[in-house]
Design a binder for this molecule. Structure first.
Ligand SMILES: Cc1cc2nc3c(=O)[nH]c(=O)nc-3n(C[C@H](O)[C@H](O)[C@H](O)COP(=O)(O)O)c2cc1C
Length: 386
């Protein structure tokens, strides 16, 4: 199937699955433990309906959205995802480029396989930086300084990665960021020749921004080992306050699910929170982000800009989250499927699909601009669709 024939995110999902070896596709696709929260993420959106409204002129619709004083063309952006160049060479930069072309934000991952400088060169006005704060405070402070000096306007600190998570698919497949390609994986690569040829040409991508901290001349595998060993345990609210003090721009926490944590975040002076369960990749008993959202909104919605990710596969999902009170949404897998399946054109296709779905639904719910969304348009379904 040609990328421009994909009519929805599920089509891009199928195309990505076909192109990638199982070990790589499973890394993107998988959640933790029994993957129940992964399913809950998507189901949480389908519990809500959006009420059709008629006899309102919706001929001119505008989905542009103002976030942190800046206008974006759509109410969603691209969430940070590590190891993107493993799915396709220059994967991070393809996503950044697609975001720039679509005029939406792109969050560079703290486990990015491109450098900060390359991302800022690609998308100077659209790139945010996501920080993974390791145990060694001097590395954290240096990453914050480099992100500031490179020109990122928004810093996102991911807080939900303390300790390890049990990704059963990765355990079964023998996947790790520092993996060596084993004979079984090599056979898989042969069965997926487009991916295999690119991997042979470019090799295992490295966590570029971590090179300065790893031993001089370290291989990609050694940098990945260093990154993993650097750990992300021990981060506390005192670190959040310290990083807040170092960052002159907008400062966002990602991965908050509890209203108490949201209140602590507000007290530390954060500008925004991305309510998220990391796409179901951290703890299987955690709530769906959408289910956690209302209590967080009630606790800090007046003081902090609330955004949301986890489970978005349709434009209607984004409109649902915004109607519930979120100011903005982010997509992880949806745009990754597009990029993995079709490079820049595929990432652009994923954005265009979601954008078009938003537009179509706006026309059906009597909505011509994003600020008109609200709880008056939402209802909960009483009949179930299996
Ligand atoms: C393959 C993959 C890698 C990810 N890497 C990161 C990361 O490096 N940093 C981070 O904060 N979140 C990471 N996430 C989580 C995403 O930022 C986002 O929270 C999640 O994908 C949203 O759920 P969705 O995939 O259902 O849209 C990753 C997610 C995936 C699927």
């Amino acid at each position: 199937m040609r990328i421009d024939k994909a009519v929805n995110i599920a089509d891009l999902h199928r195309m990505a699955k076909r192109r990638l070896p199982k070990i790589v596709f499973d890394f993107i696709e998988g959640g933790c433990d029994g993957e129940t929260v992964l399913a809950r993420n998507e189901n949480s959106f389908s519990r809500y309906g959006l009420m059709p409204r008629f006899l309102i002129d919706t001929g001119k619709r505008d989905q542009s959205t103002t976030l942190f004083g800046r206008r974006y063309a759509s109410p969603f952006g691209i969430a940070p995802t590590g190891l993107a160049a493993l799915y396709r060479p220059r994967g991070d930069l393809l996503l950044a480029e697609a975001a720039k072309l679509a005029d939406i934000p792109f969050i560079q991952s703290g486990a990015s396989t491109a450098s900060m400088a390359a991302v800022i060169k690609t998308a100077p006005d659209h790139a945010w930086y996501q920080l993974y704060a390791p145990r060694d405070q001097t590395i954290t402070d240096d990453l914050v300084r480099r992100a500031r000096d490179t020109g990122f306007g928004v810093l996102v600190l991911t807080v939900d990665t303390q300790g390890s998570a049990n990704h059963e698919r990765n355990v079964r497949n023998g996947f790790s960021p520092a993996m060596t390609v084993k004979p079984s994986a090599a056979l898989e690569a042969l069965l997926h020749p487009l991916w295999g040829a690119a991997y042979l040409r470019h090799g295992m991508p490295a966590f570029e921004d971590w090179r300065p901290y790893a031993p001089t001349g370290a291989s990609a595998k050694a940098v990945a080992k260093f990154f993993t060993a650097a750990g992300r345990v021990g981060l506390t609210w005192r670190d959040v306050e310290r990083i807040r003090g170092q960052w002159p721009g907008k400062f966002v926490l990602k991965g908050i699910l509890s209203p108490d944590d949201a209140v602590s975040a507000a007290e530390c002076g954060v500008d925004g929170i991305i309510v998220s369960n990391h796409g179901g990749r951290r703890m299987d008993r955690s709530p769906a982000a959408l289910d956690a959202f209302p209590a967080i909104d009630a606790a800090v919605g007046e003081r902090v800009t609330l955004m949301l990710d986890s489970g978005i596969r349709r434009g209607a999902d984004i409109l649902t989250a915004l109607s519930l009170g979120a100011k903005f949404c982010f997509t992880g897998r949806a745009t990754l499927y597009g990029m993995a399946a079709g490079g820049l054109a595929g990432a652009a296709r994923a954005i265009a699909i979601l954008r078009n779905e938003i537009d179509v639904v706006m026309s059906q719910i009597g909505c011509t601009a994003i600020p008109q969304l609200g709880p008056q348009l939402l209802f909960t379904h009483t009949s179930r669709v299996e």
